[in-house]
Design a protein around this ligand. Structure first.
Ligand code: ABU
Length: 723
């Protein structure tokens, strides 16, 4: 009886049947093998299904005539199910295709032979391949069937003694999608697959969909899928072109199914002659995918026939009264002879030399094939005997689609994206120039604080505070974190300088405007005295508020430098090299709230300052009232401030751009502020313009800045007096 899967996970029965029929025709025509017998084959489609196959076996056992032996099955799952019971019926079973290593277990399958080598014999060839290409990372994925688990288990055990790491070993039942995601997540590049061809189609199609393909990925499949297997019908909706793309360059690790040597075997046919005869037998039908199994299927009949022939001889010799064809399922002695005879056969088939070892397996040579263009080409022959296994490369060896040997992983180069030194140097230079300008204005302010009306009248003390604020604000351009060692300190210093600097600048502008506003809105028409110390107090209060916010924040949630990963970039020279850039940025967990608090506070101050500047816009005392300049400064600060907020929210991770824009805004805003306030004074002094005619009384006895008091008549009175 023969079990032939014509459908299911492996449907090589479609080719096996004509090959077996051809062998039977040839054998029945021979006078030297089973001369008094005629071989008859009773077969059925077992659909690569262990349940169906078992059912077929029991049906055949119940039918006449009695069967002498079992051919099959094709699928290991079927062989496993039947071979552990068939020996109880005194039947020897010989498979043409089952490759599960489990079937070598003589306790479970004592009378099972096969012409397929167990797939575990492929593992040394796979390890030799990893060694050959110096691949140190490998992944496996297999279907949850004993056949594939046993092969993978054996591979994992073998690899344990090497320096190769298994990045992940995935098992799937019917749909490998999650397991493929895992392979991708683990950056698996060299992937060893164990499954039936229908599942391999699912793997490739879904791998295509998730982008797990290309010249970076090396798929290694078992060697019994047959020709153009990836073009089989897939249930996941991939087109033929997509399957061609994803399968391109894949490797197939298997055994020889036809004798690589063109030698005539027992049947009198050399491999090429056999294929020619088989082609005729098919009468135009074509099964390219399973063509490879025709040799073993032809040979399996010859192997059994030889075994039975030797059994007949042995029965004669040992004086059996029964003939072989009178065998019943109770005749264990005849079955013992059949089994013994099979152990002893040795012949050359179309597949090559055939002899069974004590586990019922034959020794075959391993090979490696590759899909090159549209053809799976034999590229290497594995020799397990030399140096733990080596390959003899043929037909040009493996041709890598990417033009070079794929890497076993992405080479990750972590790069710190520092600020470009040219940019830093340029902006720092500008900031230093700004600071020098502030110092010059400061010197001018101090030198002329008592002698020049323009300076004296516009509160030199407050102007000095403004300039100190400008210097601190400029300094933030220089305070950049280039490494994480001092970065934490720089983060804190920078935010303090920026906050204090802005407070002093705003405070100075605001308080000066406030004084003018107070004086000119004095309804009591009386002399109003506002001392500089009062203005300094306003600035001090603003400063304390800002510092309280920043210090409190530092205590609750300190600013610290962290490395922020930027999106990885693939090298232009080598797609397997990925740059993982990172930048150092100052953050605190709730920095958004800190920023927001400061923005709101500064914003309110600006709005109030703008209101005061607006209210005092009509005051025509230039030496006293900077309101137009202050208005202009506030306008600049508002525009640049808003831009700064947007930039810091959007661009913080683009170090160069962020630094360039923020520093640009700081330099521009600060420079505009100090030049708008001081250049007119400088020009006035230069042209030695005389003070406008207003009644001023400097009440200071000491002329010290800290005790300066501006006393001025109310607006109505002053305008009358000034005419
Ligand atoms: N050799 C083709 C079928 C594979 C297996 O089930 O053993």
């Amino acid at each position: 009886m023969a079990f032939l899967p014509m459908s299911g996970g492996w449907s090589g029965g479609v080719v096996c049947l004509p090959a077996m029929e051809m062998a039977i025709e040839h054998l029945n025509a021979r006078r030297d093998i089973l001369p008094e017998h005629r071989i008859n084959l009773r077969w059925e489609n077992t659909m690569c299904d262990p349940g169906i196959c078992t059912n077929v076996m029991y049906r055949f056992l119940g039918e006449k005539p009695t069967k002498i032996a079992i051919i099959g099955a094709g699928c290991s799952t079927e062989s496993e199910a039947t071979a552990q019971a068939s020996h109880l019926w005194n039947l020897t079973q010989i498979s043409y295709g089952s490759s599960s290593p489990i079937l070598s277990n003589r306790d479970r399958f004592p009378r099972f032979f096969r012409l397929a080598s167990p797939d575990t014999t492929l593992n040394p060839a796979r390890i030799a391949l990893l060694k050959h290409y110096n691949w140190k990372r490998v992944a496996t994925i297999h279907q949850a069937l004993e056949l594939f688990s046993a092969v993978t288990q054996n591979f994992l055990e073998m690899i344990r003694d090497t320096d190769v790491n298994v990045v992940t070993s995935e098992i799937f039942d019917n749909n490998p999608i999650h397991q493929l995601d895992n392979l991708k997540k683990h950056d698996a590049r060299i992937i060893i697959v164990g499954c039936y061809a229908n599942m391999a189609l699912r793997i490739l199609c879904q791998a295509y969909k998730i982008g797990l393909y290309g010249h970076k990925i090396v798929w290694i499949f078992p060697g019994w899928y047959g020709k153009q297997w990836w073009r089989g019908e897939n249930e996941d909706g991939c087109s033929r072109e997509q399957m061609d793309i994803v399968a391109d360059g894949h490797l197939v690790n298997g055994n020889f199914y036809l004798n690589p040597k063109e030698e005539r075997g027992l049947s009198g046919l050399a491999p090429a002659e056999f294929m020619q005869a088989f082609g005729k037998k098919l009468q135009g039908a074509s099964y390219p995918q399973f063509e490879y199994v025709s040799g073993p299927c032809y040979d399996v009949i010859w192997a059994l026939a030889l075994g039975l022939n030797n059994t007949v001889t042995a029965m004669h010799r040992r004086g059996f009264t029964k003939r072989l064809d009178e065998f019943t399922y109770a005749d264990s002695d005849i079955n013992d002879l059949i089994t013994e005879s099979l152990y002893n056969i040795s012949f050359t088939g179309v597949k090559g030399d055939i002899a069974f070892d004590k586990t019922g397996n034959i020794i075959t040579q391993g090979n490696i094939q590759q899909l090159q263009g549209n053809e799976v080409t034999l590229v290497g022959i594995f020799d397990p005997t030399s140096g733990g296994g080596t390959y003899e490369w043929i037909n040009g060896g493996i041709q890598w689609p990417g033009g070079h040997v794929p890497r076993d992983s992405t080479v990750v180069i972590v790069v710190k994206r520092n600020l470009e030194m040219e940019l830093y140097a340029t902006l720092s230079g500008l900031a230093i120039a700004g600071m020098i300008m502030s110092c010059c204005f400061l010197a001018f302010n101090i030198v002329y604080r008592n002698t020049r009306l323009e300076v004296r009248m516009s509160s030199p003390n407050i102007n000095s505070v403004l300039l100190i604020g400008c210097i601190l604000t400029y300094s933030t351009v220089l305070l950049q974190s280039f490494d994480s060692q001092i970065g934490n300190i720089l983060c804190k210093v920078r935010i303090i300088c920026f906050t204090v600097g802005l407070s002093l600048m705003f405070g100075a502008l605001f308080s000066k405007t406030w004084r003018v506003y107070k004086i000119f809105s004095n309804k009591k028409m009386s002399t109003l005295r506002i001392k500089d110390s009062q203005l300094l107090m306003i600035i001090g209060v603003l400063l304390v508020i800002d510092c309280t916010i920043v210090v409190t924040w530092e205590i609750i949630d300190p600013q610290r430098i962290v490395s922020y990963q930027l999106p990885p970039e693939v090298s232009e020279e080598d797609a397997d090299i990925e740059f993982h850039p990172y930048v150092l940025i100052c953050v605190s967990d709730y920095s958004t709230y800190l920023d927001l608090t400061l923005y709101i506070k500064h914003g309110m101050l600006i709005v109030f300052g703008a209101f005061l500047a607006w209210e005092t816009r009509k005051v025509k005392i230039e030496a006293l009232n900077d309101s137009r300049q202050i208005g202009l400064c506030l306008y600049n600060i508002i525009v640049l401030g808003i831009l700064g907020v947007v930039v810091s929210l959007v661009l913080q991770k683009q170090v160069g751009l962020y630094y360039g824009l923020i520093s640009g805004f700081v330099i521009l805003g600060t420079t505009l502020t100090q030049t708008i306030i001081f250049i007119p004074k400088l020009l006035h002094v230069r042209h030695q313009e005389t003070a406008i005619g207003i009644t001023t009384t400097m009440q200071s006895g000491t002329n010290k800045n800290t005790t300066n008091v501006l006393q001025i008549l109310p607006m109505a009175q002053s305008s009358t007096q000034s005419g």
